[in-house]
Design a protein around this ligand. Structure first.
Ligand code: F6P
Length: 358
């Protein structure tokens, strides 16, 4: 019996989505030949709600290993609104179930991050056959050691830190590099170490500006008249950490900023007298070709998912555990996230290297 397999990419894009689509498709066609048909759903869950889908041809998955973005398109459809009927009067969950039936799917593959996993779990609870694959540059999906997209973003973020080193040195300045990561600091921590940052600030460890400036002044006293700060966009000081998110955001909006980096730069100048500049690589961290590590990971994850389809192993998400590709039950991981815990080995490495972590 032919299997009809739906596939979608949801949430923020990242390098490696196409490589994963290709991994899934090639392995499926290889294993099941004429006995499988892939249905591409456009723009994530939005396409599943609106019935925006098409039967894919095998050739569409060729030549995309190295291509950034996603050939299916993606969109953020917040999980918290999935059960909320908005102005358009659409019952989203009912619409997704109806379209799943209309497409005559045997299963649906959902490539995405934490939000995507929550909706994937919801659909599994509603009785659909779901397989998820963990994507995100934030590397914060519970139950997997790594997600595809993370290593590519780390390379880009590291290059940004590398490049500001010379200009910081030439001008005897501090450079504050703002990296992506609202709740999770993995990208900043790893890129900061890879790029030789002097100070790393992540959301999980609130900083004090006094500690930050003390680290800069210690370097200056050693004759190092420049410093590089790798700062996650979600970094916050100890005072902000005591506030509710809404209150924190309102306070920042009052100051005219959305992230801490501008304020950090101003405070460094005021407290140390060292000229300071900001660099925000932003969405560049999500753009372009996946690095070789992510291409391999995408192919490992994709081909593993193909085997799950063949075996009818549903309600699960693919995971990397201690260098082995495996899986987790969606219900065990959905709604949890993997943040940098105090005492994590990489924080210890940073501290041993004399890097200030706030
Ligand atoms: O989840 C990935 C991510 O890049 C986060 O690091 C960042 O906070 C967010 O997405 C940005 O989202 P958007 O592309 O919607 O601005």
């Amino acid at each position: 019996m032919k299997k009809r397999v739906g596939i979608l990419t949801s949430g923020g894009d990242c390098p490696g989505l196409n490589a994963t689509l290709r991994g899934v498709a090639k392995a499926l066609y290889q294993r099941m030949g004429e006995n499988v048909e892939l249905i591409g759903i456009s723009n994530g869950y939005a396409g599943l709600i609106n019935g925006d889908w098409r039967v894919m041809e095998p050739h569409e998955f060729s030549g995309i290993l190295t291509v950034g973005g996603t050939i299916l398109g993606t969109k953020r459809t917040p999980f918290k609104l999935m059960r909320v009927v908005e102005e358009d009067q659409v019952d989203k969950v009912a619409a997704m179930k109806k379209n799943y039936q209309e497409m005559k799917l045997d299963c649906l593959l959902c490539l995405g991050g934490n939000g995507t996993h929550k909706t994937a779990n919801l659909l599994a609870e509603e009785g659909l056959n779901i397989i998820a694959l963990p994507k995100t540059i934030d590397n914060d999906i519970f139950g997997t050691d790594v997600t595809f997209g993370f290593h590519s973003a780390m390379e880009i973020a590291t290059e940004a830190i590398d490049r500001v080193h010379t200009t910081a040195g030439s001008h005897s300045r501090c450079m504050v590099v703002e990296l992506m990561g609202n709740k999770a600091g993995w990208l900043t921590l790893y890129a900061g170490i890879a790029g030789g940052a002097d100070i790393i600030l992540i959301p999980e460890l609130p900083y004090t500006i006094e500690n930050v400036c003390a680290a800069i002044e210690r370097r200056a006293a050693q004759g190092k008249h420049f410093s590089i700060l790798a700062v996650a966009e979600g970094a916050m000081d100890a005072k902000e950490a005591r506030m509710k998110r809404k209150e924190r955001m309102a306070k920042r909006a009052e100051q005219g900023y959305t992230t801490a980096t501008n304020r950090i730069a101003r405070q460094i100048e005021a407290l140390t007298g060292i000229e300071t500049r900001i660099c925000v690589p932003g969405h560049m961290q999500r753009g372009g070709s996946p690095c070789p590590y992510d291409r391999v990971l995408a192919t490992q994850f994709g081909s593993y998912a193909a085997k799950m389809v063949e075996d009818g192993n549903y309600g699960v998400t693919v995971a990397m555990k201690n260098n082995h590709v495996g899986e987790n039950r969606l219900k065990d991981v959905a709604g949890k996230s993997r943040l940098v815990p105090e005492g994590h080995g990489m924080l210890e490495v940073a501290r041993r290297m004399g890097i200030s972590v706030g």
